[in-house]
Design a protein. Sequence first.
Length: 705
Amino acid sequence: MTTETTPGRVATYDDQLLARMNTMLGAMPHGVLLLDRRGQVTLCTHRALELLHLPVHFGLTPYPLARIIPLLNGPAFATENLDGANPKFLSGDIFTFPPDRFVRLTPNPIGDAGTFILIEDISEQILRERARLQAESEYRSLFDNAVYGIYRDRLDGTPIRANPALAALNGYGSEAEHIGAVTSKPTSWYVDSNRPTEFMRLITTEGRVTDLVSEVYRHRTREKIWITENAWYVRDAAGKPIFIEGTILDATERVTNHAAIERQANVDSLTGAANRFRFLRQLEADTAPGMAGCVLYTIDLDRFKEVNDSIGHAAGDIILKTAAERLQAIAGKNCTVARLGGDEFALLQSHINTDSKAAAMAALILETLCQPIDVNGRMIVMGASVGAAAYPGHAASSEELLRNSDLALYEVKSSGRNGFRLYDTEMKIRTKHRKDIARELRKAAATGGLELHYQPIVNSVSGQTIGFEALMRWNHPVMGSIAPDTFIPVAEEAGLMTQLGAWVITRACEDLALLPSGLKMGINVSASQFRSPDLLAHIKDTIRRTGISPSRLVFEITESVLVSNAEVARYLLEDLRQLGAQIALDDFGTGYSSLSYLQQFPITMVKIDRSFVAGMGYQKANQAVIRAVMGIGREMDIDVVAEGIETIDQVEALQSYGCHIMQGYYFGKARPLTDVIADIAIAQLSADEPEPDYEARHDFNMSQG
């Protein structure tokens, strides 16, 4: 309040003192009101006017406090005796000025002189307190309603606070129950006794723990679960840790799902062995620079496809699982057993690179896998082919090691299966030779470099030739004569058999048309040809074009043709039979289910495999097989031909068993068509009687001799 004197009046000492006081009080951050003992405002500073939002004229003349009160928004002073000599005030009354201004008036009696009222702007304090209360309310809501656990522990792990979610996680109904039951989290919670040490190491060195996954016990039930934990220090003003706070989330489902995904990514779902991905990763690690060495064994189950297709995929699954279990049983702690696909397995033996140890393991693998397997009460005996290569002796990288082990496996399979080979450098030479053969074979197939020779099939009693088997021959201009056992497997690998097989059918039928009508022609048909949709149309077209009778054709197939796709094979064979052609099952007795095929498919002839003929002189089992086959042929009206005849003793023995139709070197090797025609001409000239007409017969009638 500014004091003024009336015109012409001389300012007194009191007036000057009041002016100085007003100036001094006006410099204060707070506002000031002075009341006399009657409640009249005798002094009002400019700051007081600002804080109370009063007009300027209130500071010019004395006025009663009662005139101010109605202008203020908020609780009023006590108004009792405001106009009297001793007005009463409530200490610390706060007035609000929207939107966010708060003023506190604090009265201070000064005896008979009146009252000194201090006016403070406490807006910042009020807003700060409101924010604190709001934050506290929000934290309380978060603490109580969070779906994840929140805790505060002492530094020794003794719990101080635990929200409802954490109490529930540990099997308790309230915070009090949880804190009362849990005396020390580190000693009673973690499954792994080393986990508390790891927790403290992280929080001590890094100041916090982030997403630490641990296996713990539910306190109440002791059930094992997984959790993920975040934690941090709470420090005092000096920065010294006084508490540990953190959050905990049940991660059991996460860990379980991760384990399932990890298993799916690394484990073969059928056998439980490692899959190709995990195997290749381990192979890469074992062949890293500085590693001691390893041996890789690649393993194929012999004739698994035939067994799988003949007795069913469920049985095949049992065989695969049993094979994996047996390999894992013999594998040591430094071995990885993997299923690479189909019936292909691998065993990786780490920290070993000696040939003798590799051979010993390979022998154990073969012995283990060749033991009978119980498939739903049926004992199945599987063979195995094993190739092996050592690092670093045989390879400088994982890729080379795998490639060389596969080369060794190929050598086993190409030499008859059911054995073991350790890689050697000569295998690369032989591989290159096979590639050269494949390249030249493609040229020969395109330019007519192949030819057919014909081996006679005879009635051993009359000595008459009753037919021939068409056999491919290849005389290379540089490499010389290449045996069928060499180039046929290469043709299969190179995908040439369909093309070559079509050429054989065409040429054999054309040549058959040049031979006497009573002779038949055996033509081998491969499994790859049977998969060709054009096979039947090609046969029909060739028969029509050459004019031969279909009854003169004998299509020779192996068991592999039948098992590759049984339904397709059945329909195709029935179509060939309707044409009038015969169907011969070649290599009879060596397959898994040869006997069952005689019932399932329209087979008219079986050819006893040469291995039974070669061993019948000293193996009674072979003799028994031949007798059994002859009996089956008679009962089922199926012709039986014995292959691989080389001696008169074999001829006489087979005749004693009732087998008269034979084929082999004893009766003649395969020869070119010109030689066959010449032999027939000579035989006709020397014959006293014309050759019997076999055209009208549907088979060889071997039982009539």
